[in-house]
Design a protein around this ligand. Structure first.
Ligand code: UD1
Ligand code: CA
Length: 466
């Protein structure tokens, strides 16, 4: 019988000291509760219910796209048992086991959830929960067992005696219940230090009803870390990053000083990718076989095809780099920068909505915005496309094998036809025909002997010619 999952995510997360609801804080680019939702579906859940409260609308909107996902609102945050009770109208009568997880515990593995369901099924228990042992159990509920090792109860830190606080086996907040859950939930009271309805009180209630409560201990303490504070968020991030790096290295990626590399779960890497220290890979970045990314480059939603190269300190956002093309060091590729095979972008070049054709080059200090550069063309140092007239953006069209001399200003809309040549320092505001030479600058004037005369006169400034 397939299970359903309830994710508790209504709390504000006071200890985060943030205006943003805790479960929406990003962990490697994705909101915390997003991990819980994905894991729930990946575990085979037929139905997933998220209990929302603080930032309810925001949470709902963020995950609107998931089918079989529903939300219930907990108006007042009266505790985890009260939160779970809100899901009753949606799940009462659901035939399978009900799994409950917490929106602030993002790294729980799929196998751990299915393992818990399996543990309950095999033992014939009414309730199953995960436990884990921590060297520092501070902040978690402690698990009380009898001499035979049977679970008796969970005690929250606030309510615990000093002896109970010394217990290192804790409750990570992942449970599985049979369908008697809803009637038992009504028996939970709020007579405790926090004045809250504690979900783990169900351990006692199931036992009092004569039903078995069993546990499954997780040996991977990293997966069950809860996020209550910024420091815990950083810790969870560290665990997830270590997981991702280890995975990609096992897939053939070379990382130099891996502990300095940041990458998000949505990134895809091919074998023989090389990442130098300090590289940041975000969003739907995809790197093909043999791609090398230099130190401190930042790539967001960027595709680099096999054999492409990004040199150090380059920043790419929604860019596309074909094979044998390269960018950097210190290049900036903004959205819709597109380098075709063998194209080259060098230092201090910025591209936005601009395409460099095959083997085209912009080696240094240029701005290409809303521009098309044909195959084999060369953009000199200091070339600028003036694409914005203060109101609208205009395109610059550069054909094949065009040479644009250094420090030229191309005022868009303008077209430089195939094979044309722009003399350095030109200000181009008219189309240039095929194979033409365009010069658009003041002619140089040499004044013979001027400096010599000035030196002998010794007074006049060169700005006031004789
Ligand atoms: C809870 C457990 C504790 C366990 C720990 C594991 C209880 C009483 N305590 O404590 O035993 O060791 O998790 O991480 O359950 N929430 C609601 N509505 C509420 C209260 C909380 O939806 O009224 C949600 C929160 O958004 C959060 C989750 O439930 O995602 C847990 O709440 P939190 O306040 O973080 O509980 P802990 O103190 O961590
Ligand atoms: Ca918590």
């Amino acid at each position: 019988m397939a299970h359903a999952v309830v994710i508790l995510a209504a709390g504000l997360g006071t200890r985060m000291k943030s205006k943003q609801p805790k479960v929406l804080h990003p962990l490697l680019g994705k909101p915390l509760v997003g991990y819980c939702i994905e894991t729930a579906f990946a575990s085979g859940a037929k139905k997933v219910v998220v209990v929302v409260g603080h930032g309810a609308e925001q949470v709902r909107q963020t995950f609107a796209a998931y089918p079989n996902l529903s939300f219930v609102v907990q108006r007042e945050q009266l505790g985890t048992a009260h939160a779970l009770a809100q899901a009753r109208p949606l799940l009462e009568g659901f035939p399978g086991p009900i799994v409950v997880t917490q929106g602030d515990t993002p790294l729980t593995r799929v196998e751990t959830l299915t393992g818990l369901v399996e543990t309950m099924r095999q033992s014939g228990a009414g309730m199953a929960l995960l436990t884990m042992r921590l060297d520092d159990p501070t902040g978690y509920g402690r698990i009380l067992r009898d001499a035979q090792g049977e679970i008796l109860a969970n005690v929250e830190e606030k309510d615990a005696t000093p002896e109970e606080r010394a217990i290192r086996e804790i409750n990570p907040g992942v449970y599985c219940f049979d369908s008697s859950l809803w009637e038992k939930l009504a028996q939970v009271d709020n007579r405790n230090a926090a004045g809250e309805y504690y979900l783990p009180d169900l351990i006692r209630i199931y036992r009092q009803a004569g039903q078995k409560v069993v546990s499954l201990e997780s040996k991977d303490t990293g997966e069950l870390l809860g996020v209550n504070s910024r420091a815990q968020l950083a810790e969870v991030e560290r665990v997830l990053l270590a997981r991702l790096r280890a995975y990609w290295m096992s897939q053939g990626v070379r990382m130099i000083q891996p502990e300095t590399i940041y990458l998000e779960p949505s990134v895809e890497l091919a074998p023989d990718v090389t990442l130098w220290p300090g590289v940041i890979l975000r969003g739907h970045t995809r790197l093909g076989e043999g791609v090398e990314v230099g130190a401190y480059a930042v790539l967001s939603d960027t595709v680099v095809e096999a054999g492409g190269k990004i040199k150090s300190h380059t920043v790419c956002e929604e860019a596309y780099i074909a094979s044998r093309a390269d960018a950097g060091p210190f290049a900036r590729l903004r959205p819709k920068a597109h380098l075709e095979e063998g194209a080259h972008v060098g230092n201090f070049v910025e591209l936005k909505n601009a395409r460099l054709g095959k083997e085209a080059k912009a080696g240094h200090l240029a701005y290409l915005g809303d521009a098309e550069v044909g195959e084999g063309s060369n953009i000199g140092a200091g070339v600028i496309t003036a694409n914005y007239d203060g109101e609208r953006k205009h395109r610059t069209q550069i054909g094949k094998r065009v040479f644009v001399g250094s420090n030229s200003l191309l005022i868009a809309p303008v077209t430089l036809a195939d094979g044309s040549f722009i003399a350095g320092g030109s200000c181009i505001n008219q189309d240039v025909p095929e194979d033409a030479l365009a010069i658009a600058r003041q002619r140089q004037r040499n004044i013979e002997g001027y400096m010599k005369r000035k030196r002998t006169e010794g007074q006049k400034s060169p700005n006031e010619p004789a």
